[in-house]
Design a protein around this ligand. Structure first.
Ligand code: FES
Length: 410
């Protein structure tokens, strides 16, 4: 059996403290090969060592049945060894989880306590139960905070840069591995105490009331990779706010199957932002760090199809926004136009927001696009027929009708 473990290359370590305070080791005595720290280190100072060898077996029980599994691995890997799979129920496939300890969608019950199987080392004598329905779902949550700009699907006319538009929370864990992750302190947090959906909804609604926001938003990380938590969150928010309040999901769309969209709308979500990021698979792989071409292609197409599905089935009921990204090192204007044409073929009025990817996380060598470059992106998208294009710039967002163009000072 192949055993993985992670080692540190101290010549690359920047002593940033990320592995001390944000993404901490849940198996400090001996590495169980969860790889969470490998994915999370902002300076790529961790590497994986894989060794073939005989492993000791330990006795555990799973759902009341005594069995033996390899020692020195995660609970998730031990369960996979026994034939269990982890993933979103809609996909029936493993893999659509974070595997870094933030999303809690891999939770099982260990000796009576709910815990993440992806970062917890298996131990002799463990009693594991895989049916977690009797426990509330959990997730690491940052915020809430009032937000003056909002996300991809925040209606552009609500944003005046004076008043707060949304009470936002950000959830940890993502199924992508974007080297330029723009929110990596949230995405790779596996340390903060998780919240159940009711507690998170109460806090978000309190923030919404305190700042009189028009909406409540959940972003990430990737919110959709813990389906049970997310659906419950929208149900709990819906119970507590007036019907006109926007309940906004900001998603990469990779897991948003049709039935999942239906379930979210049923739960009260009436504002969905989906970010396919680009048009082509090779670009998507570069942007997202997904090296498996088949998986990247599946993610990208699921994201685009979810846009079409929301538009075709919920126009007038769900306000839809689409997210693209721009940085000349990652995606060309020609490809941006290709993506724009695909959106315009659905409806030219769909709100499109383009993020100017700035250097962050493991891709610190790129330069943030200038404001004038972003205005060129805006013109390019308008030239393919799109009518509601917003571009993020270092000086603020520029929306339809040159709204806020005066903010640009270069
Ligand atoms: S897969 Fe274990 S916490 Fe996300």
């Amino acid at each position: 059996m192949k055993i993985k473990r992670v080692e540190v290359d101290y010549s690359r370590c920047a002593r940033c403290g990320f592995c001390t305070y944000v993404n901490t080791c849940h198996s400090p005595v001996s590495c169980c090969g969860c790889l969470s720290c490998f994915w999370a280190c902002p300076y790529s100072a961790r590497y994986v060592v894989e060794e073939e060898g005989r492993v000791e077996l330990v006795d555990i029980s799973v759902n009341g049945v005594r069995t033996r599994v390899p020692n020195g691995v995660t609970v998730a890997r031990a369960l996979e060894y026994l034939g269990y799979a982890f993933g979103e129920p809609s996909s029936k496939k493993p893999g659509l989880t974070c595997k870094t300890g933030g999303c809690w969608s891999c939770a099982v019950i260990i000796n009576g306590v709910i815990e993440r199987s992806c970062v917890t080392p298996v131990r002799s004598g463990m009693r594991i139960e895989t049916d977690v329905e009797r426990f509330d779902p959990l997730r690491i949550v940052h915020g809430p905070e009032p937000h003056a700009v909002g996300g991809k699907a925040t209606p552009w006319w609500e944003v005046d840069y004076v008043n707060y538009v949304e009470a936002a929370i950000w959830v940890a864990g993502c199924n992508l591995r974007c080297p330029q992750c723009q929110n990596y302190y949230v995405t790779y947090d596996n340390t903060t105490t998780p919240l159940d959906p009711t507690k998170a909804a109460k806090l978000a609604v309190e923030c919404h009331r305190a700042y009189s926001t028009k909406g409540i938003a959940v972003s990430g990380g990737e919110p959709t990779i813990n389906r049970r938590w997310l659906v419950e969150f929208f149900k709990e928010v819906s119970k507590r706010v007036k019907p006109g309040v926007r309940k906004h999901l900001d998603s990469n769309g990779t897991v948003l199957t049709y039935d999942y969209v239906d379930e979210l709308v049923e739960a009260g979500c009436n504002n969905i932002g989906i970010e396919p990021k680009c048009a082509r698979v090779e670009t998507y792989m570069k942007i997202t760090g997904v090296s498996d071409e088949r998986l990247a292609s599946q993610y990208l197409e699921t994201s685009w199809r979810s846009i079409e599905y929301v538009y075709e089935n919920y126009a007038g009921r769900v306000y839809l926004g689409v997210g693209l990204v721009y940085n000349p090192d990652l995606v060309s204007i020609e490809e941006i136009c290709e993506a724009g044409e695909r959106i315009a073929s659905i409806d030219s009025r769909i709100q499109v927001t383009v993020l100017d990817y700035f250097p962050a996380f493991r891709r610190r060598e790129i330069k943030r696009p200038t404001a004038s470059e972003m205005l060129s992106v805006k013109r390019a998208l308008e030239s393919v027929g799109l009518k509601t294009v917003i571009v993020q710039t270092r000086y603020g967002h520029v929306g339809p009708g040159e709204r806020n163009v005066g903010l640009l000072k270069q």
